[in-house]
Design a protein around this ligand. Sequence first.
Ligand SMILES: [Zn+2]
Length: 427
Amino acid sequence: MKRTNVVRLLVSGTQKTHLRLIGDRVSSLWNSVNFLCRQRFFGGKKVPSYCELCREFKDDENYRALPSHIAQEVLKKVSKAWKGYLRLKKLHEKGRLKDKPGLPGYRKNRKTGTRPFNYVPIKSTGAYSIVDDFLNITLPSDLRRRNGDRLSIPYRGILRYRGEFKTCELKYDPSRKVWYTHIVVEVPEPARKERPVRYATADLGAKRTMAVTIEGCKVSYVFSGRQLWKDYKYWTGQISREQKRLSQQGLETSRRLRRLYRKRHLRLRHAQEALAKKVAGILRKNGVTHFMVGYPKDCRESMDFGRNNQKVHNFWNFLGFIRILEKHCERRGILLERIDESGTSEVCHLCKRTVRRPVRSEVICPVHGRTHADVNAALNMLGRFIPGYRNGLEASLVWVTHEWNRHLWVPRTESLRYVSQVLGQVA
Ligand SMILES: [Zn+2]
């Protein structure tokens, strides 16, 4: 399987110029390749494949201006972009896609008319290497004489994944004015120890974030997204203030604005990574082997938060979060599976009677009374995998609520007290 290491490059003055130049040439080649593809496409002909593009551009000046491993990767990226577009177009024509896909665009800033230089793809280790905390990149032939064959840039960061090096990408972040490199490595599949099968399930909700139940475990875990949502709203406010300020000056964007967006994203990402790590740790401790995550397939349509609708969907990206969860579970040897969660929140987990849901956070069964809505849904999912499953606590269902304190996910004190009380009674 493939994994990506991201490290920050410590670029010196001359190296900066070189990277900008290479990045600019990448954009230039991209544009001329894309021009050809568009011409063919509008002319009603077949869009050329990667091999045809290689033949076509072998002697092109834009191609020759780059080391072959970079130039080839650019052709590959354009070809991939077209393949993706054609696939989406077909889906759209069949009516299975709502929005019409856009054609692969040129690498050009329409307002300023300049070419961006922020992206350099490298095909393989033929044109880059990593030696002792240095990233070495092959230079284009015209830059070689004075500067040696390779650009040797020190980097900061840890290569988390070790394995066979594959492609590499250099990306420039204009809001931070920093270059990053993304190195893809092929990592061997982790050997999973044979353990007795044990299931756990999770229900993902937008604002309440997550409820986890484990087979045979008396306590469920709820992770509240309240603090996170507050934090997100705060930074959204900062962003709209900055936007207001800019619009008064007739501007659209600024470095400060981009940094605010980035900050909001990274703060959320931090909490999500921490949450995934915490959950994977809890599962491992309980000997879980299979983790079933209910994925709301049509959550965009079915969950309506009114005025905040758009905000919520931007805020909590389900697929993105499941991917983070997958990563952390894999490290601990737990298999994550996505399952359809439809119908799990409408019935009581004990008697399967239809429940009332006066507020989003709780459901009321005519026989068993109030329950946490997400915990109920997670228990229902568990019931699907283990028929006749009961959690050993017929009526007194307990859960611990965790909150994000901007550093860690910690259990609420009153929640712990309540759990120990209930479990004390049962014992
Ligand atoms: Zn019931």
